[in-house]
Write a protein that binds this ligand. Structure first.
Ligand SMILES: Cc1ncc(COP(=O)(O)O)c(C=O)c1O
Length: 370
């Protein structure tokens, strides 16, 4: 069973009736309960009501959807975006618009489940390459194919916090005439200047033309999107099945909250900077303890403990100390690499991070990991 929140998402939460420091959510910038987002959502409810009750291509397209798409395009430095009701829908809807039967997809073995679903729905042949291994990718690209080629990867991998080697992937995409698609659900609002994402972090805006993303993480709301050229968006809008067949498009209140978040992040990078300051501080403490945090370079910090049972015990022991971090085990992560996934946020204070690090040290000692 999963645990239940008795109040808003934030640096601290009431989880199953206990107040704990929240080291488990994707609320990277602490925007989920920000007064400006809450106000925007309330205003949108007053203006537009609650349910959209129609797909956007019928009568479910509200002015806030159009505004969000425009602002998001500016934020991502692309011509256009299209907003879906979540990132899962974006991936499952977009990928089949890009390739189909007779084409080939090259997919990192640790790509998010919604990328995998989108690839399967496309009916293209799927070649899975080893995680971030460019030799493995190139070996697969060398195999002859007839149709189009599409390489797809997470920007930031959500279980390990490592970054896809996008410059090398862009080179391989050019060399083998493939389209490179990046799902930056955990990079938007986090990576690059003003949190513009992993593509901006690597300075590859001119070379990577299609991204999918989510508004449920750093932007503190909900929703998913695809970003790219106007021609691409015009092709996807009438075709993506998860877009045209749902009468549950992103609700206007969530759209308005996401819009507010995009406006705030575009105008002021102080939250992104705070997130990184917190991340560096916390990661350094974990490293000093000698814990195995894998190859993370982002605010997703895995503490790899090995066996699934250990990860669950550690999560429980931390909960009892007033900290919540999720224990993850097979099949979510590879066998033998079970972990505590610690998510750092701009909503944390230094004191929160110290308390969390002290508790992790104590629990790791209790479990014989230190
Ligand atoms: C890489 C990646 N893509 C897509 C998604 C799905 O986004 P959403 O939560 O908006 O459905 C997630 C969410 O967990 C993710 O980690």
């Amino acid at each position: 069973m999963y645990r239940t929140l008795y109040g808003p998402q934030g640096g601290h939460i009431n989880l199953d009736g206990r107040n704990v420091i929240n080291m488990a959510s994707n609320n990277y910038l602490g925007l989920a309960n920000h007064p400006a987002l809450v106000a925007a959502a309330k205003e949108a409810i007053d203006q537009f009501g609650v349910g959209p009750c129609a797909s956007r291509n019928i009568v479910g397209n509200f002015t806030v959807h159009d505004e969000l798409e425009e602002k998001l395009a500016k934020f991502k430095d692309v011509e256009a975006t299209l907003v879906f009701n979540c990132g899962v829908s974006a991936n499952s809807g977009v990928i089949p618009c890009l390739v189909g039967k007779g084409d080939t997809i090259y997919s990192d073995e640790l790509n998010h489940g919604s990328i995998i679903d989108g690839c399967r729905l496309s009916r293209a042949e799927i070649k899975v390459f080893k995680h971030m291994d460019m030799d493995s990718l190139e070996t697969k690209l060398k195999e002859p194919v007839t149709g189009k080629r599409l390489i797809i990867t997470d920007g930031v991998f959500s279980m390990d916090g490592d970054l896809a080697p996008l410059p090398d992937m862009a080179d391989l995409a050019d060399k083998y005439d493939a389209t490179l698609v990046v799902d930056d659900a955990h990079g938007d609002g986090v990576m690059g200047p003003y949190g513009k994402g992993t593509v901006e972090h690597f300075g590859l805006r001119d070379r990577i033309h299609i991204e999918t993303g989510s508004l449920s993480k750093a932007f503190g709301a909900a929703g998913g999107f695809v970003a790219g050229s106007r021609e691409l968006i015009d092709k996807i809008r009438p075709q993506a099945r998860s877009f045209i067949f749902t009468a549950s498009p992103l609700a206007p209140c969530l759209t308005a909250a996401a819009l507010k978040a995009v406006e705030m992040v575009s105008a002021d990078d102080s939250l992104v900077k705070k997130l990184w300051e917190n991340r560096e501080y916390f990661a350094a403490r974990m490293q000093k303890l000698g814990l195995n945090i894998g190859s993370t370079v982002t605010p997703v910090i895995p503490v790899i403990v090995g066996e699934g049972e250990k990860a669950q015990q550690m999560s429980q022991s931390l909960y009892e100390k007033g900290i919540y971090a999720q224990g993850l085990q097979f099949p979510v992560v590879p066998r033998g690499a079970a972990r505590l996934r610690v998510m750092v946020s701009a909503a944390h204070t230094k004191e929160d991070l110290d308390r969390a690090a002290d508790a992790i040290e104590a629990s790791a000692k209790e479990l014989g990991l230190l």
